[in-house]
Design a protein around this ligand. Structure first.
Ligand code: NAD
Length: 311
């Protein structure tokens, strides 16, 4: 009998469909680390989102584990290399949340350019700040997309429809893809120097850590607007706070932080800054994305278990 442990909140489709396929499912979203360490030895399948950290220690304790399934994209909370070295398959559903994240980016760009959150807070506090802040349109502005994968490309398409000029950078040469979408494929430095809005969509790898730091902020146009929905570690938070306080950066919208929730004093100062909008890592938090992710993931889990004669 195959047993599956789910340790983060997921769409009920995953629980139901795994059960229908004869798998015993224990749904324990919010389980703490000690409990996870003590029970993981009983399971063949582990389903997580980004909260559960599947470290070497967890993998060592998981003597029956055959599959780690991440309901989402990023695998940075899983020691993938170590898991695979132990013969454990690591699955994810990277395509499920692309549209949801891309839509959030467009919303955050408008919200940052018009200081929507700040104006809302002022009105709620009894003020009527009409005329106090003059925003900017997206139309005609240059959008720099850093990381031109699934989400970066979808953001580019939506931004083009709004009338933005889009340029993209990626470590992989995606010139042909860019041309098809009406996007200029440029060097990192050109993008950093010439964009009015910069949106980040890279995967978090050691080379991507703090790829936007003090040097990059200095190169940027005055009044640039920064959006990050990828991973918090891609931006040097201290340098971002300085660039905001210096007036180099006009506004920021972040769905991801180096520490979630914010912990260090400079992070707390950043999220409280009037020109910063923060959402609590909600890029994939839509009914549609969660269902899509669930369907893709269940499909992959069942296929893997069948191929390996486990069910
Ligand atoms: P993807 O793999 O399709 O695209 C990532 C792109 O980044 C690739 O083209 C890759 O070549 C490029 N890249 C990697 N390292 C780079 C570097 N150092 N410099 C330039 N380019 C680099 O991934 P995706 O589905 O588009 O997801 C993008 C990011 O969004 C990931 O970090 C993912 O974890 C994050 N994400 C966040 C949420 C959320 O809830 N906010 C939801 C889904 C995905």
């Amino acid at each position: 009998m195959v047993r599956a442990l789910i340790t983060d909140p997921v769409d009920e489709y995953i629980v139901n469909e795994l059960s229908k396929n004869g798998i015993t499912v224990d749904y324990k979203p919010g389980i703490n680390r000690d409990e996870l360490m003590s029970i993981i030895k009983d399971y063949e399948v582990l389903v997580v989102r980004s909260r559960t950290k599947v470290t070497r220690e967890v993998i060592d304790a998981a003597s029956r584990l055959r599959v780690i399934a991440r309901a989402g994209v990023g695998l940075d909370n899983i020691d993938v290399e170590y898991a695979r070295s132990k013969g454990i398959e690591v699955l994810n559903a990277p395509e499920g949340s692309t549209q949801s994240v891309a839509e959030l980016v467009i919303g955050l760009m408008v919200a940052a350019a018009r200081l929507v959150a700040l104006q809302d807070r002022l009105v709620k506090g009894g003020e009527w700040p009409k005329g106090k802040y003059v925003g900017t349109e997206l139309f005609g502005k240059v959008l720099g997309v850093v990381g031109f994968g699934r989400i970066g490309q979808r953001v580019a398409e939506l931004a083009r429809a709004i009338g933005m000029k889009v340029q993209a950078y990626d470590i992989v040469d995606l010139r042909d893809k860019a041309t098809k979408l009406g996007v200029d494929f440029v060097d990192f430095e050109i993008l950093i120097r010439s964009s009015d809005f910069i949106t980040i969509h890279v995967t978090l790898t050691p080379s991507a850590r703090h790829m936007i730091g003090e040097r990059e902020f200095q190169m940027m146009k005055d009044g640039v607007i920064i959006i990050n929905t990828s991973r918090g570690e891609v931006i040097d938070t201290k340098a971002l706070l300085k660039a905001l306080n210096d007036g180099k950066v006009a506004a920021v919208a972040l769905d991801v932080l180096e520490n979630e929730p914010p912990k260090e004093p400079w992070e707390v100062e950043l999220v409280r800054h009037p020109r910063v909008i923060v959402t609590p890592h909600i890029g994939a938090e839509t009914r549609e994305a969660q269902r899509r992710i669930a369907e893709i993931l269940v499909d992959k889990i069942i296929k893997y278990l069948r191929t390996n004669n486990l069910i």
